[in-house]
Design a protein around this ligand. Structure first.
Ligand code: NAG
Ligand code: NAG
Ligand code: NAG
Length: 192
């Protein structure tokens, strides 16, 4: 009887100790995203799949998104400008000042959903977090426990008769040092 109680006590102490703090990844990141959105608009279903290569620098507040159709979008959150480049054409638009580049972090108010592993011979711990009611919807995100590398992110929304679920898979995530030239915009790039 006594032993049983001891084991329970140990067990709960151990599981309380593993609740991690919301983490941050490095400030420069490159990744290939596969994004799948499923939605119902007034009961009509639709799915959209997109593959996007991203280069992200939180220090200079720059992000570059390369779509498979050859369109490149560069967002400069410091100058609040977005550049859309397609072939030889370039267009400049203002980014609304209330939109900000998101830090590479699990928000501090996220709720921990637990730890699982991926892999077999080599395993990695993956932590899952939930963030309710963000401006984008409810977000569930899974990150590598050891360095906060994003693995997967899901966003669900239900607004104006549109129910949608977006899932993003993070492939080939790397943390290189990105040169400023990565985010260079061809000149001239006319305003819109
Ligand atoms: C943002 O732009 C200002 C003015 O051009 C510049 O001085 C500053 O270094 C930039 N900040 C970052 C984080 O790049
Ligand atoms: C958590 O923080 C995010 C971003 O800071 C905010 O948008 C959201 O409303 C917060 N959610 C809760 C439940 O406090
Ligand atoms: C978002 O999360 C809250 C709290 O768990 C839940 O009540 C709400 O239904 C969720 N909304 C969507 C669109 O999933």
């Amino acid at each position: 009887m006594l032993l049983f109680v001891c084991i329970l006590g140990l067990f709960s102490a151990t599981s309380a100790a593993v609740v991690p703090k919301p983490c941050c990844a490095k400030h420069q990141m490159t990744a290939e995203l596969v994004q799948i959105t499923g939605s119902y608009t007034n009961g009509t279903p639709a799915t959209v799949e997109a593959a996007i290569k991203i280069q992200y620098d939180y220090d200079t507040k720059m992000i570059k998104l390369e779509q498979t159709d050859g369109t490149t979008i560069i967002q400069d959150f410091n100058q609040t400008q977005q550049y859309t480049i397609s072939g030889k054409s370039c267009r400049k638009d203002k980014i609304p000042t209330d939109l900000q580049l998101q830090p590479p972090c699990v928000p501090s108010n996220a709720t921990y959903r637990g730890r699982r592993t991926i892999g077999d011979d080599v395993t990695y711990d993956v932590d899952t977090w939930f963030i309710a009611d963000t401006p984008w919807g409810n977000i569930t995100v899974s990150v590598m426990a050891h360095d906060c590398t994003p693995v997967m992110q899901g966003t669900s929304t239900n607004e104006n008769n549109v129910v949608s679920q977006t899932t993003v898979f993070y492939h080939n995530v790397q943390f290189p040092t990105l040169a400023a030239t990565t985010f260079q915009v061809p000149q001239p790039c006319p305003g819109h």
